[in-house]
Design a protein around this ligand. Structure first.
Ligand SMILES: C[S@@+](CC[C@H](N)C(=O)[O-])C[C@H]1O[C@@H](n2cnc3c(N)ncnc32)[C@H](O)[C@@H]1O
Ligand SMILES: O=C(c1ccccc1)c1ccc(O)c(O)c1[N+](=O)[O-]
Ligand SMILES: [Mg+2]
Length: 214
């Protein structure tokens, strides 16, 4: 039977990237997705903005919503200092299986923990299950219609603190209009748009960075 797109992306990583070298895993994936087949990773252009937000913040506890093949988990994980941890949620078991291999190939299995399941089910259980108090940084990149419900759930579960930074992908393409309206109008957030392009294309897209004011 035919392989899947994530399986073909994983094969490219295993064939071309240097084991234990996150930078080479990232560049192999970007080259593959730009030249062979497009995939919905945050990509190199928006990835550079993601890198600068993470590097400036130097977070200890990070949550990612939507792992897919693990590209952004490797992008974020490689920048975390010792003791810092990334928890990434993925509810598609086939994608999760590929992501585990990619994260392991990058040598980040001790920094990045993939949790299989839906964000709506897991967010209320993160504190008791992983002993997490609050998150320093959250990357939203799952289905766009889920962004608003999940930010409200994170508030309800008191997993945000003064200064928590939320970065949302695709606020223009495919778009998350209800999420954008909420973070831009709410007095709880200080929000800013970083204009960019949809990964590996010329279409406009961007990232919304929102600081929780508590
Ligand atoms: C755009 S992809 C993630 C890309 C990844 N962040 C990157 O940049 O490499 C979106 C992923 O979110 C997952 N997803 C969508 N809704 C979810 C939810 N409610 N809980 C967990 N995973 C979800 C999908 O299965 C898909 O793999
Ligand atoms: O929704 C899509 C999508 C829609 C249609 C076809 C392919 C992908 C998408 C496109 C770019 C993204 O960066 C992204 O995160 C997503 N996503 O699924 O979450
Ligand atoms: Mg995205």
């Amino acid at each position: 039977t035919r392989t899947t797109r994530p399986q073909r992306l994983l094969k490219a990583v295993q064939d071309r990237a240097i084991r234990g070298n996150p930078k080479s895993v990232i560049s192999v994936i970007d080259h593959y997705c730009r030249n062979q087949e497009w995939a919905m990773n945050v990509g190199d252009e928006k990835g550079f903005i993601l890198d600068s937000v993470v590097s400036e913040l130097n977070p200890q506890t990070v949550l990612e919503l939507g792992t897919y093949c693990g590209y952004s988990a490797v992008r974020i994980g490689r920048l975390l200092h010792s003791g810092a941890r990334l928890l990434t949620l993925e509810f598609n078991p086939d994608y999760a299986a590929v992501a585990r291999e990619v994260i392991s190939w990058a040598g980040l299995e001790n920094t990045v923990q993939l949790v299989e399941g839906a964000s709506g089910d897991w967010i209320p259980r993160l504190r008791e299950h992983f002993g997490i108090h609050t998150f320093d940084f959250i990357f939203l990149d799952h289905w766009k219609e889920g962004y608003l419900a999940d930010i409200k759930l994170l508030e309800e579960c008191r997993l945000l603190r003064k200064g928590t930074v939320l970065l949302a992908d695709n606020v223009v393409c495919p778009g998350a209009p209800d999420y954008l309206e909420y973070v831009r109008k709410s007095p709880l957030y200080d929000s800013r748009y970083f204009k960019s392009h949809l990964e590996y294309t010329k279409a406009e897209d961007g990232l919304e960075k929102s600081v929780y004011l508590g």
